[in-house]
Design a binder for this molecule. Structure first.
Ligand code: BG6
Length: 481
């Protein structure tokens, strides 16, 4: 008996800012990630604590060329088709469509570029799953309006979304409004184009920007349904539940608090209203969040159709974290969990945590779920015959597939699909590295920008092809062809 439904969506994910390059080609404008430098200043810029709104001498900017997908899209789609993808998650670069963000008219070259991609995907029977903004804010909107701290961004974003929803009607039906919306709280420049001014209340700025994004996301959900009732719109969370470090009630309380910090966004997007705990937080912390008449109605009128999330690791927290050993994780750090192994980058590997997260999200929202990112960032070695034996990546993905199959078959979670991060090697978001590789396809490019961009298939490429062909039943990695 197959554990997954026949129409389960299998594929891989990428994002424009980490793959395309060609950042000033064919009328495209600059956006926030284009100016995130490689190296030690990157986290400061990402957090909005160091202002860098243009390219500066002495820095290397990996997004400038990324993996040159702008010029190699057709070749890459061919590879995805060969693996048997029936879904491909990608994002549209906002500044290819509206170079400044507040332009009256869209850039036809940008619109035509993605139209070609969607037609090519259709030819291969691959369903696009499109993120409207994946860590993507036009630089001009940051300079002129301060990014998402300004309410004006709601209009610019909805104009952009409406343009692409209209243009790609019939070509795209699955949409995600904003990638990992909770990143706004941790990396406000990446998530919202926010650079802090001296002595301002950073919490207030972040939650104000969050309100604007939430309203914009609801408006776009409404517009998407009006343009085409076939459209399905999802929200997206940097997922991974929080475990209490011990059975101490304060540790458990902290785990609840930190889960809520994440669920806050989904609670609004999936249920259509601000949860009480958030409104109380604004009150207690003296956060003056400006909401306009009508915002409440906008939020409640258009909850999302499905809930998507990324999952790389779980997180462990304590109410008494002093002197405890910490480690990194996707965006949000964690305490060291003695029961879990870690990736080379310190992210704690926890397949059962994926099943736990799926259950939590399904219990909470009762909406179809979609795992839109999951994968292992690792250093790969190209052997003398050109092959890459990435059994560790296969192991990681295999265990996570087993976990979500259990969530579906045993727990009854409604899961639409799974897109591995990433379909192909790309620039890592956190540190701008190429050496932290996630793909099934290797790209010849290093951390300093050297390499030919040549693509080659890893062992995991052949393995994933077999997994997809068997709808997740055939997970062994011996005798692959
Ligand atoms: C998510 C992002 O945070 O995790 C991706 O949506 C990112 O853009 C991925 O690349 C993995 O993180 P990193 O920092 O290892 O690239």
């Amino acid at each position: 008996m197959s554990k997954l439904p026949k129409d389960f969506l299998w594929g891989g994910a990428t994002a424009a800012n980490q793959t395309e390059g060609g950042v000033l080609e064919d009328g495209r404008g600059l956006s926030n990630i284009d100016v995130l430098p490689y190296g030690e200043d990157r986290p400061l810029v990402a957090k909005g604590l160091k202002k860098m709104l243009s390219w500066q001498d002495g820095y290397y900017y990996p997004a400038k060329e990324a993996i040159d997908m702008y010029h190699r899209y057709m070749e890459d789609i061919q590879l995805f088709a060969e693996m048997g993808f029936n879904v491909y998650r990608m994002s549209i670069s906002w500044t290819r469509i509206f170079p400044n963000g507040d332009d009256e008219e869209p850039n036809e070259a940008g619109l035509a570029f993605y139209e070609k991609i969607f037609k090519e995907l259709k030819k291969h029977k691959i369903e696009p799953l499109v993120t409207i903004a994946h860590f993507d804010v036009p630089i001009h909107l940051i300079q002129e309006y301060g990014g998402w701290r300004s309410r004006k961004l709601i209009d610019f974003y909805t104009r952009y979304a409406k343009t692409i929803l209209n243009r790609y009607q019939g070509l795209v039906k699955y949409w995600i409004t904003i990638n990992e919306i909770n990143v706004l709280l941790h990396q406000p420049f990446v998530g919202g184009g926010i650079v802090f001014e001296e002595n301002e209340n950073q919490e207030e700025v972040k939650y104000q920007a969050a309100h604007h994004q939430l309203v914009a996301s609801a408006l776009v959900t409404k517009i998407a349904h009006e343009i085409d009732p076939e459209n399905q719109v999802g929200c997206m969370l940097a997922g991974g539940s929080h475990y209490p470090y011990s059975a101490h009630p304060e540790d458990y309380q902290e785990a609840i608090r930190r889960d809520r910090e994440n669920y806050f966004f989904l609670d609004v997007q999936a249920r259509g209203e601000y949860p009480n705990y958030a409104l109380k937080k604004f009150e207690h912390d003296n956060l003056n969040i400006r909401m306009e008449d009508g915002d409440k109605d906008i939020l409640s009128a258009s909850p999302v159709d499905f809930v998507t999330f990324s999952y790389y690791c779980s997180r462990t927290v304590s109410g008494r974290p002093e002197n405890m050993q910490t480690t990194t994780g996707n965006i949000i750090p964690s305490l060291k969990n003695e029961y879990l192994p870690s990736s080379e980058w310190g992210w704690q590997i926890d397949p059962l945590g994926l099943r736990n997260s799926l259950n939590q999200l399904y219990d909470r929202y009762q909406k179809p779920l979609f795992i839109v990112e999951n994968g292992l960032g690792a250093r790969d070695t190209v052997l003398s015959d050109g092959s890459i034996d990435d059994e560790y990546r296969i192991d990681y993905i295999r265990e996570h597939i087993k976990a979500f199959k259990d969530a579906v078959a045993i727990d009854g979670v409604d899961l639409m699909g799974y897109t591995v991060w990433s379909a192909i090697d790309l620039v890592s978001a956190s540190m701008g590295q190429m050496s932290k590789r996630y793909g099934f396809v290797h790209v010849d490019r290093d951390d300093q920008g050297n390499g030919t961009f040549e693509r080659s298939k890893k062992k995991s490429f052949y393995w994933y092809r077999q997994v997809i062909a068997s709808n997740g039943e055939e997970l062994q990695s011996e005798n692959l062809t």
